[in-house]
Ligand binder design. Sequence first.
Ligand code: XIL
Length: 456
Amino acid sequence: MSTAHQSRVRTRLRKAVTAAVVGVMTAGGLVAAAGTASAQTTLAEAAAATGRYFGTAVAAGRLGEQDYTATLNREFNSITAENSWKWESLQPSPGYFDFSTADRIAEHARQQGMEIRGHTLVWHSQLPSWVQNISSPDELRQVMRNHITTVMEHYKGQVRSWDVVNEAFEDGSSGARRNSVFQRVLGDSWIEEAFYIAHEVDPDATLCYNDYNTDAWNTAKTQAVYNMVADFVSRGVPIDCVGFQAHFNSGNPVPENYHITLQNFADLGVEVQITELDIAGWGDSQAEQFGGVTLACLAVPKCTGITVWGVTDKYSWRAEDTPLLFDGNYNPKQAYYAVLDTLLNAGGGDGGDGGGGATCTVTYAETQRWGDRFNGEVTVRAGNEAIRSWSTTVTVTPPQKISATWNGEASWDTSGNVMTMRSTSGLPAGGQTTFGFTVMTNGNWAPPTLGSCVAS
Ligand code: XIL
């Protein structure tokens, strides 16, 4: 596992990104200099050097525009159809499939040697009304099976990852499943049924659950999706991946602990992918956030790729937010250089020296026990390089409750079972510290489980 390398890269990257962003904002000359330096490479090449893909959403209707296609072909090596692979496009009326526009995307990908993300098989939106009006479970189950099977068969062997189910959870604090026709008519089991069908059709494809507002770890929606994925993994439901749409704006900014969310999902054994990235804004603040998302993905070995939701601001689904990497004239923006430089610093890293890096490890010990509770202590050790901050999670088993903590800043998920403990006190190379907590057992004496230690 290359955790040490990734973490070391992350520290160096943070400096590099800051430098890049500052450099770019200082003077026009520096923009040109950065552009020249980076002109030898592309997002796709820089990502490939880290073992990742870099993709974009594509509208088939734009492929005739020369600058659009030139930018697409030069910078990206993965494609998602922005709309043309959705149910309303592919099967607008019962049993009538139209792959004509969708196939143009697949053909372009084939000609250019790009990977495809299949988006999306089952979703409540852009779903024709004939499906929304079905009220018989047998009929809906058959219709869902037929749609998944027909679409996946059509593209079998051509699609690296499928968004099998998209956006099945509510926003807000309920953590509930969204009230879609699938949920209403089929009940909770429809999501896993969709994955079982998809797995039957193409056992080699990476099968993803994809959603938005699942970026900050301690929110009801993130926790609900996490619990579903954990449950699927534990019961052997064939899920391979979780997609994070990552549509950000000032009301929904990139969370500071994004890499922790990604890592926690990855720790379940699934791939994580950033699937629809766009960030409202301009200039250094936008660039910094794009760099931050890239860094978060690089920090997580199982984060296998990033897709931005469009090539150019002018065709973005939220064009007024200018949320992409190229402006309306296909000029790379500061955000582009922040992403590129972040990738380049990772890919060109000194990964072979085998030592050092901003890494940490955690170990657990029970230190004291009473009739109704016990104290746990976690030792946090820095790797071969000093670290500025660390964090990890401690998960207890209900009905246990953590009643006290010391030596760290604790925060909680909505269930109260997962505590994130962090500190920005830093540690010298090889140094260690401890934090502690009291678990009220409420009759359950299971030891807590620790997440990965994440250092910067
Ligand atoms: C958006 C497209 O970009 C728009 O052109 C369309 O009008 C609506 O859908 N989550 C998803 C994407 O999974 O499919 C959505 O794409 C954006 C939100």
